[in-house]
Design a protein around this ligand. Structure first.
Ligand SMILES: C[S@@+](CC[C@H](N)C(=O)[O-])C[C@H]1O[C@@H](n2cnc3c(N)ncnc32)[C@H](O)[C@@H]1O
Length: 217
């Protein structure tokens, strides 16, 4: 008798996803340099806050980029990181080697994660769901690979609720996507809920635009 095996394969907008990959491949070489002022001014403080909340021990970082979060990993964790851009992953691997960190870093799409259900206790992403082409699909995948009741921690910039900032962000979004790859009009707190995750807390870090979101799978 033939057995049917269910293969998990969510549908993905491939042209959009390929365009995102190309954008970040292009940015990889200068990414750390261009981000350096913001990193010093605020990002590193926000990263510390997020990572201080990570419970682990099985931790997945989605959109690991050049590995800016790697210095915050605990060596006690069983950690993995993925990113759509091979050039970003290459840099993250180099950073992990410099730090002497044992972390599995792979090229993978957040919208179709190649991990079994409930593989992780904590899933983290920083400044990622602004550029994932279908953020709700990506967040559904985060929910699937996180164990039921597990922890999801996101650091994200979102669309302002206040005028005139809201209209300005909406108007500038197409240019920002073309130049940086990031959408500045995402409603990530709502997207987290739409993906079936339960919001635990939302901490406003800057002007209602940068948020630390904690959710439960
Ligand atoms: C703004 S960078 C942030 C990188 C890093 N998390 C940080 O905090 O510096 C966004 C990252 O998300 C990755 N990314 C975008 N879409 C993705 C997807 N569908 N799957 C996985 N990674 C993705 C990009 O390749 C890029 O490395």
């Amino acid at each position: 008798m033939r057995q049917t095996i269910a293969v998990h394969q969510p549908s993905v907008d491939q042209p959009q996803t390929d365009a995102t990959r190309r954008r970040y491949d292009r940015q990889a070489r200068l990414y750390d340099l261009t981000e350096a002022p913001m990193e010093r001014l605020a990002f590193s403080r926000w990263r510390s806050l997020l990572w201080s909340r990570v419970a682990g021990p099985r931790v997945l970082e989605v959109g690991v980029g050049t590995g800016k979060n790697l210095p915050y990993y605990s060596p006690q964790w069983e950690a993995a990181g993925i990113d759509l851009s091979p050039k970003m992953v290459e840099r993250a691997r180099r950073r992990a080697a410099t730090l002497g960190l044992a972390v599995e870093l792979q090229v993978m799409d957040a919208q179709a994660l190649a991990f079994p259900d409930a593989s992780f206790d904590t899933v983290v992403a920083t400044f990622v769901f602004c550029s994932v082409p279908d953020p709700v699909q990506g967040l559904r995948e985060v929910r699937r690979v996180c164990r039921p009741g597990g922890q999801v921690l996101l650091l994200e910039h979102v669309l302002s609720r206040h005028q005139p900032a809201r209209s300005i962000m909406q108007a500038l979004n197409p240019i920002m996507v073309r130049v940086t790859g990031a959408n500045i009009n995402r409603e990530t707190v709502t997207n987290v809920q739409r993906a079936g995750l339960e919001i635990v807390s939302v901490t406003d870090l800057f002007a209602g635009i940068v948020k630390l979101i904690e959710a439960r799978a």
